[in-house]
Design a protein around this ligand. Sequence first.
Ligand code: FAD
Length: 379
Amino acid sequence: MDFALSDEHQAFRRVVRSFAESEIAPHAARWDDEHHFPLDVVRAMGDLGLFGIPFPEEFGGGGADFLMFCIAVEEIARVDASLAITLEAAVGLGANPIHHFGTAEQKGRWLPDLLAGRALAAFALTEPDSGSDAGATRTKAVRDGDEWVIDGTKAFITNSGTAMTSLITVTARTPDGGISTIVVESGTPGLVIEPAYRKMAWRASDTHGVRFERCRVPRGNLLGEQGRGLHQFLSILDDGRIAIGAMSVGIASACLDHAVAYATHRSAFGRPIGANQGLAFQLADLQVAVEAARLLTYRAAWLRDQGRPFKQAAAQAKLFASETAVDAGRVATQVFGGAGVMEASPVARFYRDAKILEIGEGTSEIQRLVIARGLGLPV
Ligand SMILES: Cc1cc2nc3c(=O)[nH]c(=O)nc-3n(C[C@H](O)[C@H](O)[C@H](O)COP(=O)(O)OP(=O)(O)OC[C@H]3O[C@@H](n4cnc5c(N)ncnc54)[C@H](O)[C@@H]3O)c2cc1C
């Protein structure tokens, strides 16, 4: 058993950390405040190769493993959750379904721009009336000659309305009774992108409701086998949950670092506040939780990279890491006292940003359901 990251993983972490600290960190609070999606920086992340990391070189990918991608997501999340989710969703939900289920022709058509970070893809699964229960999808797609005609409404779709968005993969009920996955390119008549949501967190990320009104796309835009959409998105979400674990680890370690620095320098009653065991022990416990979250996340990525089953490991990582991130935000905000709740405080932003990690790509309750079912329980 070897817990050390390879030289390549460590070197790549240094590259991404340096980029994140110089190009993102100084501006993250302002982008959050202004709900601003920083297109130029997302393009620069593309130039760095972040959007292609775990995909084959044949399509312009980095040919690296999923663990490498998790390290990149963790490092971006250490400074800015909005850009981390932009990356996570573009890779995990955007390019991943095309890579997993697309034909050679579809991959050749769509992947090169996505992997180079010249374009972004979104995945539209959630609907106003079905999120956790995604099998209750109401959006419909019917065949008309050589086209699919799609009607329905999707909610909370990341990366769906940026100037770089080139396509949205949508899940829709097809006449076979199952759910199918169909690619809709940006600009297709009948594809309506609602105004961006005003969110409590991830405020510099791009999230919209999306409507399909008699939206026609070529028959060849069906991804994978018709009626297999449920199976497809469950496996896509397994990948995404590991990456959300990595985002959580990034946010949690940033909170820990900020809290330790503050506790060392801030004084009360004539000594650093970190000299009080009541506070120091909370930070000690937090460090243990962050390390445990990182190990669960890296293990899930490793299992995936080894081609071994990882559904349970992904759910465990996502559940524990996201709840650790929320705890870390709460503890760090407490350590900062009044300064912690000021908008300019980094920990206030991390605390808000951590909360969505317990919701997106399967809530904590849904992760517990997956884990309990893995135990054989009839839940
Ligand atoms: C910022 C943001 C970005 C997002 N990006 C995307 C995206 O790109 N694509 C996309 O398709 N979706 C996206 N989502 C949607 C997200 O995946 C859903 O919000 C999430 O899956 C929960 O669905 P819901 O909001 O409908 O909540 P519901 O399913 O209505 O759940 C409400 C509550 O009930 C609980 N609950 C539901 N069923 C059970 C059960 N069986 N047992 C116990 N508790 C249960 C849930 O855990 C939750 O606490 C995004 C969401 C947000 C907030």
